[in-house]
Design a protein around this ligand. Structure first.
Ligand code: GLP
Length: 294
């Protein structure tokens, strides 16, 4: 497990975006070789999406050979509702990049047979060769995707009833009106995300500090489903300083030292892959220099 701590939200978003960008380039995607990316919604990843769009617009990153699978979708909310995760993904990301719409997979929360829809989603992930990098966010109660407290840590894509904490947290997107917030959702399971070859979880803000503490300093616990990723061989938690407020000083210091030691040790061959990765010194998340300049 790796914990990367950046000074603030903007830097954390930028680090995450550069990491995703580097991973895609490093993979060398092509016609017979798609990079498969799992994606979250919520306010946390917005800064990261903005940066990825910027890299794409600068001509440094293409999503032509990328397949995406989203974590979740509300049940019963029309696809074109402004708060559906379909609308979120198209408005905040997909419509600004060169992804083939057929390669952007989002669960259909209006399917007539919801479990069949979930099973088909799992099948599509398998057919795509599994997920190379699953990017996730968490709720303040430590849920990943919509795997609410108490979810099985080996769960697969399925229908979930939302916890009151989640409904309360999401009410801000529905005019603060609890009665407008959907109460059910389709979500990938914890097991679905665990199957990814690599997982990156974005956690920012003081309101997520207790969840980050539960995620990394206490044991694996199905009441804090994100804690399952302690057992994944390649998990990176990317957070800002505010999210570390409940961690021990010892933990924060340790991971800060590790980050320094990691400088220059990873991605040492990235220069070969892409001209814009101009330097092999420093943190891989900080390697980006646009072709158009900074
Ligand atoms: C919802 C989504 C999660 C997301 C969470 C956090 O619950 N299902 O996938 O991680 O919101 O949202 P935010 O980033 O707005 O705090």
């Amino acid at each position: 497990m790796r914990l990367v701590i950046l000074d603030n939200y903007d830097l954390a978003s930028e680090w995450a975006a550069k990491y995703i960008c580097n991973r895609i380039i490093q993979f060398k995607p092509g016609q017979d070789r798609y990079f498969t990316l799992g994606l979250p919604t919520g306010s946390t990843p917005l800064g990261c999406y903005k940066k990825l769009i910027e890299y794409h617009k600068n001509g440094d990153l293409s999503f032509k050979y990328v397949k995406t699978f989203n974590m979740d979708e509300y049940v019963g909310l029309p696809r074109n509702h402004p708060e559906s995760y379909h609308s979120y993904m198209w408005n905040n990301f997909f419509k600004h990049i060169d992804i083939d719409p057929n390669n952007a997979h989002i669960l259909d929360g209006n399917a007539t047979d919801l479990q069949a829809e979930c099973d088909a989603f799992e099948k599509k992930i398998k057919e795509a060769g599994g997920i190379d990098l699953f990017v996730g966010g968490i709720g303040p109660d430590g849920h990943i995707a919509f795997n609410e407290p108490g979810s099985s840590l080996v769960s697969r894509t399925r229908l979930k009833t939302l916890a009151m904490d989640t409904i309360l947290a999401n009410a801000k997107y529905f005019d603060g009106d609890l009665s407008k917030v959907p109460t059910m959702a389709l979500t990938v399971g914890v097991g679905t995300v665990m199957d990814a070859r690599e997982v990156m979880i974005l956690i920012t803000g003081a309101h997520k500090a207790f969840a980050l503490y539960k995620a990394i300093e206490e044991g694996v616990n199905h009441m804090w489903t994100v804690s399952a990723f302690q057992q994944h061989p390649r998990t990176i938690f990317v957070c800002d300083e505010d999210a570390t407020l409940e961690l021990r000083v010892k933990t924060v210091k340790y991971f800060k030292v590790i980050s320094t030691l990691n400088m220059g040790l990873e991605f040492t061959n990235l220069q070969k892959w892409h001209a814009f990765l101009t330097s092999q010194q420093g943190d891989p998340g900080l390697h980006y220099t646009s072709k158009k300049g900074t």
